[in-house]
Design a protein around this ligand. Structure first.
Ligand SMILES: NC(=O)c1ccc[n+]([C@@H]2O[C@H](COP(=O)([O-])OP(=O)(O)OC[C@H]3O[C@@H](n4cnc5c(N)ncnc54)[C@H](OP(=O)(O)O)[C@@H]3O)[C@@H](O)[C@H]2O)c1
Length: 351
């Protein structure tokens, strides 16, 4: 259709039913404007704009970062990079030797040696042990905590149907992914709020809480249903808590994470879509306060900081056909289970 024909056709429609035309035209303009705004926000936040400076949360001023699951993977990287940024670190996990080795690394690195302190706190979050959690609470209540990273997490040992999943595995996943986040946040938050309230208006402090979420919490993952559900919990919890504490100058974010090469993902080699833990954490810490790939997707508080994850997130929400992604993910998980079972069989034969 030529431009003249289109103009004539539009003007005929506008004359015939002016209100309907007006409504359809306005919805069209709104949809195109929203698409353009969303696309520019995602691109600008992911590739151009810097996040909040970590100094705002007390870096190099004696503040502490509390990191759960700090003995390995993403948590260990948060510990190393936050220490390098000038935070004292409280490393929380269950493996004493591994935690001591991270603390020693911080103590010996040329960037951090003599500048920051690293302490360890042993908690096995699967046990949900009140005395261990109270001990953690009493330790953090004596610290000026600027940043909390709720990183500890557990996934399924292999994709499996919910009905076939061991009860203990279901319980551990919920206890570690949900209870630990609630309990540790509840322990840290009163002090954060109090310090921010006590400060004079001109030198008000800030606080940051990062919950390490997953794509499995955004797009339901069949055969990882319990894990997927707990990560969806983090998305909603984060949105609610972020709103509650905004007036206290505290930022709460859910880090929407696709694959990262760690022990949990069982992926050894990094790639464009699967960064190393170091690369992932660097990008997360450089985008604090921004939404990146999650911008304008009705998920307040959620951010997808790593660039390729951000683009995948953007496309998923642009297409908006979640049932399609869920059924594709089901096929992938069935295949992963088949391969995991074959590997177990091979290992059993070798023994
Ligand atoms: N890797 C990914 O592809 C990916 C994708 C999306 C989201 N995430 C999320 O990122 C977070 C970190 O995952 P990751 O890949 O870094 O995992 P990881 O390499 O397995 O590290 C998990 C950390 O948590 C600790 N931990 C596990 N169970 C614990 C318990 N019961 N009590 C105390 N500490 C415990 C581990 O210590 P031990 O050595 O003692 O087990 C380790 O320090 C998780 O919340 C995960 O859901 C990861």
């Amino acid at each position: 259709m030529s431009a003249t024909c289109l103009r004539t056709w539009l003007s005929e429609r506008a004359t015939a039913c002016p209100w309907t035309f007006c409504l359809v035209f306005s919805v069209g303009v709104f949809t195109v404007a929203r698409f353009l705004l969303k696309t520019s926000l995602v691109l600008a936040q992911t590739f151009v704009l810097p996040g909040k400076n970590l100094k705002k949360f007390g870096a190099t001023k004696g503040a502490w970062a509390v990191i759960t699951g700090a003995s390995d993977g993403i948590g260990k990287e948060f510990a190393l990079q936050l220490a390098a940024a000038g935070f004292n670190t409280l490393l929380v996990a269950r493996n004493e030797a591994a935690l001591n080795s991270v603390a020693a690394e911080i103590g010996m690195s040329s960037k951090t040696a003599g500048k920051v302190e690293a302490r360890i706190q042993l908690v096995d979050f699967a046990k949900n042990d009140p005395s261990a959690l109270n001990a953690l609470k009493s330790v953090v209540s004596g610290l000026d905590v600027g940043i909390l990273v709720n990183n500890v997490g557990k996934s399924h040992t292999m994709p499996s149907y919910f009905v076939e999943t061991a009860e203990q595995e279901i319980e551990d996943i919920v206890t570690i992914n949900v209870n630990a986040t609630l309990r540790v946040t509840h322990a840290v938050l009163p002090g954060m709020i109090q310090r921010n309230t006590n400060e004079g208006a001109e030198c008000r402090k800030r606080g940051l809480i990062l919950n390490i979420g997953s794509f499995a919490g955004q797009v339901a993952s069949p055969m990882l249903s319990t894990y997927s559900g707990t990560k969806a919990f983090l998305t909603t919890f984060t949105s609610a808590l972020a709103e509650e504490v905004r007036s206290h100058n505290i930022i709460v974010q859910n880090l929407n994470t696709y694959f990262v090469a760690t022990k949990m993902s069982k992926i050894k080699k990094s790639s464009m879509l699967v960064p190393t833990a170091a690369t992932y954490v660097r990008s997360a810490l450089s985008k604090v306060g921004l939404s990146c790939g999650a911008a304008l997707t009705d998920r307040p508080g959620t951010t997808t900081p790593f660039w390729s994850h951000a683009l995948v997130d953007y496309v998923i929400h642009l297409v908006g056909w979640k049932s399609l992604f869920i059924s594709q993910s089901h096929k992938i998980m069935k295949d992963k289970r088949r391969r995991a079972l074959r590997k177990l069989e091979r290992e059993a034969k070798q023994q």
